[in-house]
Ligand binder design. Structure first.
Ligand SMILES: Nc1nc2c(ncn2[C@@H]2O[C@H](COP(=O)(O)OP(=O)(O)OP(=O)(O)O)[C@@H](O)[C@H]2O)c(=O)[nH]1
Ligand SMILES: [Mg+2]
Length: 251
């Protein structure tokens, strides 16, 4: 019984992975990085060396992290940003996670790779009903001033889809990205908690709907990566790693 249940779950996940390839097709420059056959990049091959560096609460005093290229992960409160970052870093609880929304309240900086490091991942506080205005101000200032920033990942909950806060955030990021012609940083969506979609009959259709809604709100946004990060089997994590490495020109 449990064997066949597992087999069914894995089949559905495989279907989702296929859906991901299909959904990713429109963005030609990035498509090849999202194939489930891509291998984990060397950048993330030393999980033990991933290190918490510092946190920022004050928009006027953002830390210096040695000029390493940076990637920030944003999204609604409780969407799974910190859990995703742990999976990407290959660590269980380097980023603090919680069932309760609003766990991450600062910009938290993590170095990837042995000293002096390859890049910095930044975990951001959540936005939306359960976020707070001051966190929004901190994030806006970070986006506007951080010259090391290479890519902004916007996490969207696979089981809920986009709400008005997500659309507003995507539109705002898209406008900023367009204003710089994509020369400062680029934007990519990540669908989180897709293990729930893998159990749904129409998981593939839901992924396509979310992808469509993201594209409508933010035409410059690179195709969504479909992920499950809370428990095994994870999926989409190598695709996120490859996207990070590509954005930081490390592959
Ligand atoms: N089923 C499932 N649950 C997940 C996944 N990712 C995260 N979660 C759960 O979602 C909850 C919130 O996860 P966090 O990673 O703390 O979310 P966050 O976006 O960092 O939240 P804030 O810091 O509060 O904004 C936790 O209970 C996680 O276990 C996933 O891929 N699948
Ligand atoms: Mg968090």
């Amino acid at each position: 019984m449990s064997r066949s249940l597992n087999k069914n779950a894995l089949n559905t996940i495989e279907n989702l992975t296929r859906a991901q390839r299909w959904v990713n097709r429109p963005a030609r420059p990035c498509t090849r990085h999202h194939s489930s056959r891509t291998t984990t990049t060397d950048v993330f091959s030393h999980p033990a060396s991933a290190k918490y560096l510092t946190s920022a609460t004050d928009a006027a005093r953002l830390p210096s992290c040695g000029g390493l290229p940076e990637i920030v992960v944003t999204g609604r409160a409780n969407v799974g940003k910190s859990t995703l970052m742990n999976a990407v870093m290959g660590r269980v609880n380097l980023c603090l996670t919680s069932k309760k929304a609003g766990r991450t309240q600062m910009l938290n900086f993590f170095r990837i790779g042995p000293e002096p490091g390859k890049l910095v991942l930044v975990d951001a506080p959540g936005y939306g009903d359960r976020g707070r205005q001051e966190w929004g101000a901190l994030f806006d200032q970070y986006l506007q001033t951080r010259t090391e920033l290479r890519r902004v990942f916007v996490c969207v909950n696979g089981t809920h889809g986009l709400n008005d806060h997500d659309r507003a955030m995507l539109q705002q990021l898209d406008a900023q990205c367009q204003a710089s012609g994509g020369t400062r940083w680029t934007l990519q969506a990540i669908i989180t908690k897709a293990d729930a979609l893998a159990r749904a009959k129409n998981g593939r259709g839901l992924v396509a709907q979310i992808q469509h809604a993201v594209f409508e709100a933010a035409p410059t946004c690179l195709p969504a990566i479909v992920t499950a990060a809370a428990r095994e089997p994870h999926f989409g994590i190598d695709e996120v790693r490859n996207s990070v490495a590509e954005a930081c020109a490390l592959r």
